[in-house]
Structure formats: C-alpha cells, structure tokens
Design a protein around this ligand. Structure first.
Ligand code: OOG
Ligand code: MG
Length: 266
C-alpha cells in the first residue's frame, strides 16, 4: 500500500529537510530507516512530496515523472525488488551533448532509459499497456543521472522513495518517434563510456514492455490520489544496471531506432 502511514507531520518535514540538505551539501547521509524503522511506503512518498514542495518553493520546476527499479538488472544491482516512482526537475535537465560537472553530485551514476511524453492524462487504477499506449504522444531516448543521497549508494525501499528515487538529472535527445513507428519491446540499446561498450539491453528489460512502466506509474499515482498529466515527460526506468561516471567520461547511448544521446562529465 502506497498510502499506509505511521509518521507525524513533524517527522515528514524533518526527513524531507534531511534528504534535501544532503543533496544540496553533496554529503551522504544514513538511510532514513536507521532512525525511523517503522516508516511505511506512504511515509516515504509523503517525504518525497514534502521534498518536492521545498524545491518548488525555491523556484525549481518539476518537468516530469520517473519510474525506477523497473528492470531486473536494476533490481539486482540495488537489492530492491519493487518498482517505485519519483519526479524530475528543470535544475537537473541538460541538453544533449552537455558538459555536466561531477562536483554537483555525491557519487553519480547514469542509466539508459526510454522516455515518453503524454498526449492526454493517464489516470489509474487499472491502467494497462493498451491504455498507456493510447495516452502517449511520442517516445524519445533519455539518459538519467542518479545520485543517491545515502552513503555508499545503499538504501532500502523506504529510504530511496523518500530520496526521490535518487533523481539527480537527465538528458533527452536522439529523435522522437510515434509508438507505431517502432517496436519498444525489441528496441536495442548500447551504452558506451569513452567509446567502450559498458552495457547492452532492449526495451523488454523494463517490465517486459516500457509501457508497463507507464501503466504502473499511473496506478501507483492513483493510490496517492494523482494522475499522470497531459504533456508530462515520463522516464520508464533504467534498462540495464547503472554505471559510475567520473570527470572526463564521455557517455553515448545508441538506440536502435531512436538515435543517440550524449553527455560529458567534467
Ligand atoms: C534508484 C532509482 C532507480 C531506475 O531507473 O531504475 C532508477 C536507484 O537505483 O538509485 O532511477
Ligand atoms: Mg532511472
């Protein structure tokens, strides 16, 4: 249950401040469950919401939504076997080919993802691939930058949800496609770092079909009383395991029919 809660408003505020400060000071903190072992998923999403309100209050704009831990590779890498969601913001949005300072982050990693933009709102519960497809305007390739605010990038599900699913930035690029112009399930993806192949995958890695992630997002949001609004950019989750990056790294992700997305860390 995404709306089960045990913490009072004071604790929610305090925890949102804790993850926010960790991100702003680039200082890793302990998992939130160390102090609040009774925390439930509803508390974690309440902290994420409070974090969002703090960011919006200082002028940051939410630019989209993201699913996380939607592939087996990611679940195995992080030791959390449940898909979850968060939001992405304008202060983490970079243009294709951008230079991205690693000093902004604690221990950044990147992930190759398939993103979609909604034509109409999608409202759960009971969303499925078919309903998701009907609500999507177009597909585009993306790279997400993640940066857990927790020490050693180690977390449990409550902590990572509260920490806005490690969201830290993103780049979209390549070319946009309508759904009927490609086969998302078999869309091949090759992730390279400094010209070397680091990870390979295909859309099917994401819950069997990246549109399942869109449907799941709508259903999870419905439990929290929200939808996916029209026009929303949705990241469907890392196709492969995330890779570490450091200054000097050039990342290029090649998509079978969506072109390529690039970034350079400095
Ligand atoms: C949590 C966020 C996961 C994805 O695409 O799977 C995520 C993490 O691994 O730090 O964004
Ligand atoms: Mg991701």
């Amino acid at each position: 249950m995404l709306n089960e809660r045990t913490l009072d408003a004071g604790a929610i505020t305090l925890l949102a401040e804790r993850v926010d400060n960790a991100a702003r000071n680039r200082t890793a903190i302990d998992m939130l469950t160390a102090d609040y072992p009774q925390m439930k998923l509803g508390d974690a999403y309440a902290v994420q919401n409070a974090l969002r309100a703090r960011m919006e209050a200082r002028g940051t704009r939410v630019t989209g939504l993201k699913m996380g831990l939607t592939s087996r590779a990611k679940m195995l890498q992080m030791g959390v076997a449940e898909s979850l969601h968060g939001f992405i913001t304008d202060d983490g949005a970079y243009a294709d080919g951008a230079e991205i300072p690693v000093a902004r982050y604690i221990h950044p990693r990147i992930e190759a993802e398939i993103a979609v933009v909604m034509k109409t709102a999608l409202k759960g519960p009971n969303c499925d691939v078919k309903k998701a497809a009907a609500a999507i305007d177009f597909v585009l390739p993306a790279i997400e930058i993640i940066d857990s605010r927790f020490a050693d990038f180690k977390f449990d599900i409550m902590s990572v949800v509260a920490d806005n699913t490690s969201a830290a930035g993103y780049v979209v690029g390549g070319r946009t496609r309508r759904l009927h112009e490609l086969e998302l399930v078999t869309e091949g993806i090759v992730l390279t770092r400094n010209g070397q192949v680091a990870e390979v995958g295909a859309g099917a890695a994401v819950l069997g079909d990246p549109l399942e992630a869109v449907a799941m997002l709508a259903n999870q949001r419905a439990e929290l009383g929200a939808d996916i609004p029209a026009g929303c950019l949705v990241m469907t989750g890392g196709v492969t395991a995330a890779i570490h990056v450091q200054a000097g790294d050039v990342i290029v992700v090649h998509y079978q029919s969506l072109g390529a997305v690039r970034m350079r860390f400095v």
